[in-house]
Design a protein around this ligand. Structure first.
Ligand code: MSP
Length: 638
């Protein structure tokens, strides 16, 4: 027997912040469908996912919850694994970057690159954002010197730091991209990478001395490895690269047939530039293809906790079942672009595609086979209608398009190809009018042929859609009286005879759009009004301070806003505040007011606002800022 082809599939490893929403579940669901597809086509498939657990943010999060970092990340890893099980994610390995099997490999990789001269010790002089744990060059900073990623003030640092020599590999990477046109997909993402690299790469600072929760550099443990170098290595550490047992690395990477990394567009540079350069420097072949998807957005843009519009997988699956979520996300997201999740769109797709088109096709057909032939369907000896031939042709075209699309990770196109067959099959029922054939005794064989054609179409639909909605496909197979099949059965007309189930339950119950929307509106309202209980640790996260207003002026073209200069301790900050209708600028100067000092800075009307004044507001009463009279900007709020 010839050796099975291999296929190694990875998701990004998720930050251990414990808030996996439907957006970042998308990659894991998409990879799961791709993996199931590959298993059905007989590939030896290995599916890796996991958690990215190091770094200052995670250390801080653990601290604020009164947990040790390791304890914290283990809790989050268990929660995430439990969620993946609920979403029917069939992964083979789950790696945590705090595990010894990973840490040891990262340390060896670092030392290996030090030895080869690809990593060198240098001095970093420039600007550092503590929040993002990232260094920035002057040109990367915002015009006011703040961090381009989070808008917080950066600090000037001069420190010893290890660098990865990117410049040395710039041309090699460009050559590789040119010689391997399907390395980065889709094309638009590849073009972004090429123009980024062509602009010239700077060597990358890859160690930090400002915190401890990371992988220590073996030969200089004052440094921990930059979290991205640590994280990217998971793709090979999980296979046993540089470990005692590296059989999986040999099988799935070095000698493997297909390696696929799937990522969201925001982490493209790390995967398309730094990761291949690391591999080039290590002398490990770049075996992977990179599929880059867009984002799941809400109608009003990104999901965010502050907007209160984050949707978690359990919100959807507890009400509508798992397969409808899997179907919606995979059907709606084209490779490379964004898609919108909204409940009205979700319910419409649910009703039309799943309940009507697929669900009705299955239940109508099975009840007709029961009614007309006591549940038995037999392969006919000849063709009776011209529509039979057409249905077969559509089935074959649908199979070909589906295989081609899924093979290339175009899951949306693959699903559309399957629905061509679903729709053609529904039309076939209307064309052949089985209820009329049943009335005519002489048309029994023709009626059996119609049932057989529908049976075969549904079998093929269930087989193709199994990677996307595995539970529903399983039910359809059972109802058809079949065991689950693999893709060797992806041909029209191979069933000789079958006995279908006597009764079928609707796969997807139709939903009442209006009632569902009312339910979600009420729920939203409730969530917006009831703020969740918080712990003292949550409260302690707020940096509440007294600020002395040194200057105030109106913000141009904004009737409600004032621009304030506020002294907090010895620091002077700008704050944009929506109090212009209640205070004249000159009456504010000198006031000592309560404010939140650690709110993420945002730009408002072109001004960076680095804090928020606390105010009292009541019905029919003017808005008032909270003032103190005996304390000053050095005082604390307890
Ligand atoms: N830890 C890094 C990845 C390291 S991989 C070596 C990371 N983690 S993450 O948790 O922030 O993001 C994980 C993935 O979720 C990324 O691919 C990101 O693009 C994706 N998504 C986050 N929000 C998303 C949506 N709203 N929609 C789709 N994907 C999104 O980055």
């Amino acid at each position: 027997m010839s050796k099975k082809k291999t296929c190694y599939v990875t998701t990004p490893i998720y930050y251990a912040s414990g808030n996996v929403h439907i957006g970042n579940s998308y990659t894991t669901l998409a990879c799961d469908a791709f993996v199931r597809f590959n298993r059905l086509r007989g590939r030896d498939t290995f599916y890796l996912t996991g958690m990215d657990e190091h770094g200052q943010k995670i250390e801080n999060a653990a601290k604020s919850l009164g947990r040790a970092p390791q304890e914290h990340v283990n809790i989050i890893a268990e929660e995430t694994k439990a969620l993946w099980k609920e979403l029917n994610i069939d992964f083979d390995d789950f790696i945590q970057t705090s595990e010894e099997r990973h840490v040891l490999v990262v340390q060896k990789i670092f030392e290996k690159l030090l030895k080869s001269g690809d990593i060198y010790l240098g001095k970093y002089e420039g600007d550092y954002c503590v929040y993002d744990e990232a260094f920035f060059t002057k040109t990367q900073l915002n015009s006011d010197g703040t961090c381009p990623d989070c808008g917080r003030p950066t600090t000037k640092v001069q420190e010893e730091c290890y660098f990865l020599n990117l410049k040395k590999y710039q041309q090699k990477l460009l050559d590789y991209i040119r010689e391997n046109p399907d390395f980065i997909q889709p094309e638009t993402r590849k073009n972004e990478v090429v123009s980024f690299v062509e602009r010239g790469l700077e060597d990358l600072a890859i160690s930090r001395t400002t915190f401890k929760w990371g992988v220590p550099v073996l030969s200089n443990p004052r440094h921990v490895v930059y979290v991205w170098i640590d994280a990217l290595s998971n793709y090979i550490s999980a296979l046993g690269y540089l470990a005692e047992d590296d059989s999986k690395f040999k099988k799935y990477w070095l000698e493997g047939d297909e390696v696929v990394h799937v990522i969201g567009k925001d982490i493209l540079r790390f995967h398309a530039v730094y990761w291949p350069i690391m591999l080039l420097a290590l002398g490990v072949p770049i075996r992977f293809k990179l599929y880059v998807h867009g984002w799941v957005l809400m109608k009003e843009g990104k999901m965010s906790k502050s907007k209160g519009n984050v949707i978690y997988p359990r919100d959807v699956i507890n009400r509508y079942g798992l397969d409808s979520l899997r179907y919606y996300l995979l059907r709606e997201m084209p490779l490379g672009n964004d898609c919108i999740f909204s409940y009205d769109k979700f319910i419409e797709k649910y009703n039309v595609d799943l309940a009507n088109d697929l669900g009705n096709l299955v239940s109508r057909t099975i009840s007709m086979i029961n009614k007309y032939f006591k549940g038995v369907v037999i392969r006919p000896k000849k063709t009776y209608f011209s529509e039979d031939e057409d249905l077969r042709k559509v089935a074959e075209a649908s199979i070909a398009a589906y295989l081609e699309a899924f093979e290339n990770f175009r899951l949306q196109n693959g699903i559309i190809a399957v629905w061509n067959l679903v729709n053609r099959s529904n039309k076939y029922i209307d064309e052949t009018t089985p209820w009329l054939l049943f009335k005519d005794e002489t048309k029994r064989e023709a009626l059996n042929s119609v049932m057989y054609h529908l049976f075969e179409s549904i079998r093929l639909i269930a087989l193709m859609i199994a990677p996307v909605i595995p539970d529903s496909a399983e039910i359809i197979f059972k109802e058809l009286g079949l065991d689950r099949e693999d893709f060797s059965a992806l041909k029209f007309g191979i069933t000789a005879e079958s006995k279908v189930a006597e009764k079928v339950k609707p796969l997807f119950q139709r939903l009442d759009l209006e009632a569902e929307m009312k339910y979600h509106e009420a729920k939203n309202e409730e969530e917006l009004q009831t703020k969740p209980e918080i712990t003292i640790e949550d409260f302690n996260k707020l940096d509440l301070r007294i600020g002395e207003i040194l200057a105030a002026e109106k913000v141009k073209a904004a009737t409600k806003l004032l621009l304030l200069k506020v002294k907090i301790d010895e620091e002077i900050r700008t704050i944009v505040s929506g109090i212009a209708e209640y205070y004249r600028p000159e009456e504010l100067v000198g006031k000592k007011v309560a404010l939140i000092a650690n709110l993420k800075p945002v730009k408002i009307k072109g001004h960076l606002s680095q804090g928020m004044l606390l105010c009292a507001e009541g019905e029919g009463k003017p808005l008032e800022i909270l003032e103190v009279f005996k304390n000053d900007s050095k005082s604390r709020i307890l």
